[in-house]
Design a protein around this ligand. Structure first.
Ligand code: F6R
Length: 611
């Protein structure tokens, strides 16, 4: 979604904001803009990427020590210069950047039009700043007071930062439902939608809470709640390094993140798994082990790739703990009036920890008495803070819009959880428990080996890059892997791709198979191996092109397949973490060969903070 950066302090604000917008561009990138206080309010905004804004502003006088910036992912109004942020009040005294949606903006706009306000674009944000202006005028109050009154009438989610030409030494920010981080420097403050624009200046940050407002000067930060009571800011130390948010010699963040996986999986297991001792330590689970042991059922809510991790977890948890598991799209769960009983466990999985659909699903389950367990990558994120307990995945910042390393880290953590609960519950034999712990410890090594397939996969990508459609098929633990492979391809290469359980093919999708259709089988050795062999034959009989991911040394599938990808052998429960690697690489190479910006695929945003 949209990204916000703001600065106030001794430095020049524009370079800080521009660099920050580039770091946040992965969140949304259809337009960008800045407002700087420089002898009055100056606002510059443009359709397109941040680089286009930068080119346009090169050579202009951008001096000023306070400013706000924005990179947009359109919700209300098409991407164009007018709808880009910042938006200004009618008197040009206030400028605002906003992430989120003001749901009742149409009503507010109607009232404002009656009062004589004129609007340049179609956005909800422009309405909000006019609304604040109107309240200021009617109540003869300060901007801070007007913001507070306005937000009481606003329905929706937001982070806003406001620049006031009348008070050049102050920024006003507020949050409800969307993230805002404030970096604390020496005589300066940095504001952003996540920590990536801040980390190179300071490691001391405050995560603003919902319904809080911040009044920020160069050397002062005042936090207030919605009743105007001053709150003590809770200052935390960031544990990310600058290198983690830079490309480090790779052509794209996506490739860097794919190649980071041996390390990120290792990090997600570090200090938690000791196969030699047969121990799993998950701090977040400690006080909840009893709750899980007693649970009648577990519901997993998530979106996109995280939902795919949830599907793998369903297989793992049922297999190892015998607790029934349901996996739901968070957006469906929230709105279909699900049965949630006191004591039910909800596991919410999210890389960003800010996905609005997941957040509202868990909030509604919490109200019904469920225990909420969060699996998140971003420390301090809304989902991690809304959970009763949880486990961080420790994959480091994921910048590529398509999720890769977050997925495998989620699987590693979910596997640890399933093993821990299963063992405590006595529903898994010690021998199998120890074998799986040992296998889990070997995953980083096996992923490293799978990454050596990169050149081979590039050749396969070259061969099939012009296909119109792809089908991805797998069974058992490899079914969610097929879904994830298809999602990666469609996001990055804009080729239509579908994932299916392989057996389901004959109930419909087989009609698509002809000599032009590449079918990717994830067919490593597991309990379904013989069955999937038959499915491959069914595709071959209809002249489909078979690309098969198989276990190293497989003798049966190569004679049937057009292209073979051999991955290291692993237990079926562990295999998804390894089998997904070639599928990530395939999507990456097809996207690059087709000339697309794989780090910023069209229409997508990294953290989806609107429902
Ligand atoms: C796909 C992808 C998305 C996210 C989804 C949920 O590559 O990245 O499908 O997985 O938007 O995001 P999180 O995990 O941040 O809740």
């Amino acid at each position: 979604m949209c990204g916000i950066v703001a600065y106030i302090g001794q430095r020049q604000a524009y370079p800080v904001i521009l660099k920050g917008l580039k770091r946040l561009e992965y969140r949304g990138y259809d337009s960008a803009g800045v407002a700087i206080l420089n002898n009055g309010l100056r606002v510059y905004k443009k359709k397109g990427k941040v680089a286009e804004l930068e080119d346009w502003l090169t050579g202009m006088d951008m001096h000023g020590h306070a400013g706000i910036g924005h990179t947009r992912w359109a919700t209300h109004g098409e991407p164009n210069d007018r709808n880009a942020h910042p938006h200004t009040s009618g008197d040009q005294q206030l400028a605002i950047v906003h992430n989120g949606i003001i749901e009742n903006y149409a009503q507010l706009k109607k009232e404002l039009v009656k009062q004589g306000h004129q609007f340049n674009g179609e956005t909800d944000t422009e309405v909000l700043i006019h609304f604040i202006e109107e309240i200021k005028k009617q109540n003869q109050c300060t901007t801070e007071e007007a913001v507070r009154i306005a937000l009481k009438r606003v329905v929706g989610a937001y982070v806003i930062v406001i620049l006031d030409a009348g008070h050049p030494d102050t920024l006003i920010a507020a949050r409800k439902g969307s993230p805002l981080v404030i970096g604390i420097g020496k005589g300066e403050h940095f504001l952003a939608s996540d920590a990536s624009p801040i980390v190179e200046y300071t490691k001391e940050v405050v995560f603003v809470n919902d319904y809080e407002m911040a009044i920020i000067k160069a050397d002062e930060l005042i936090l207030k709640n919605s009743s105007n009571e001053v709150q003590t800011p809770y200052i935390q130390k960031l544990d990310i390094e600058l290198a983690a948010i830079e490309k480090g010699g790779f052509d794209h963040f996506m490739l860097k993140e794919i190649f980071e996986q041996p390390q990120t999986i290792f990090d997600s297991l570090r200090g938690r798994l000791d196969a030699g001792q047969g121990s799993v330590i998950l701090g977040g689970l400690r006080e909840y082990t009893g709750v899980f042991k007693e649970a009648q059922r577990i519901m997993i809510v998530a979106c996109g790739t995280s939902w795919h991790a949830g599907l793998v977890a369903e297989y793992m948890i049922e297999d190892l703990t015998r607790i029934p598991v349901e996996v739901e799209y968070a957006s469906e769960f929230r709105y279909r009036n699900p049965v949630v009983n006191e004591g039910d466990i909800i596991i919410a999985i999210s890389q960003s920890g800010e996905t609005a659909d997941t957040l509202v699903a868990m909030e509604s389950a919490k109200e019904k008495g469920a225990v909420i367990f969060g699996i998140c990558n971003v420390v301090g994120s809304s989902i991690s803070r809304t959970s009763h307990a949880g486990v961080f995945t420790h994959a480091g910042p994921e910048i590529g819009v398509a999720s890769t390393k977050a997925f495998t880290a989620q699987l590693a953590v979910l596997c640890l959880m399933a093993l821990k609960i299963g063992y405590e519950k006595d529903s898994i034999e010690r021998k199998r428990y120890l074998q799986l712990l040992h296998e889990l410890e070997l995953v980083p090594e096996k992923v490293e080996e799978a990454l050596k397939l990169n050149d081979r996969i590039k050749e396969i990508a070259e061969k099939y890059k012009d296909a119109r459609d792809f089908l991805y098929l797998g069974r058992g633990y490899n079914f969610p892997v097929a879904l994830e492979g298809a999602l990666k391809l469609k996001e990055i290469s804009y080729i239509h791709a579908e994932g299916y359980p392989a057996a389901e093919m004959k109930h419909g999708p087989i009609a698509l198979v002809d000599e032009s259709l590449p079918v990717v089988f994830i067919a490593t050795r597991d309990a379904y191996y013989e069955k999937i062999l038959s499915n491959i034959q069914e595709v071959k009989a209809r002249k489909g092109k078979v690309i098969a991911v198989v276990t190293q040394g497989d003798k049966n599938i190569p004679p049937l397949a057009d292209d073979i990808i051999e991955v290291p052998e692993a237990d079926e429960l562990i295999a998804p973490m390894i089998n997904v690697i070639p599928l990530q690489l395939l999507a990456y190479h097809v996207g690059v060969l087709k000339g697309y910006d794989v780090d910023k695929p069209r229409n997508l945003a990294k953290s989806v903070t609107v429902e």
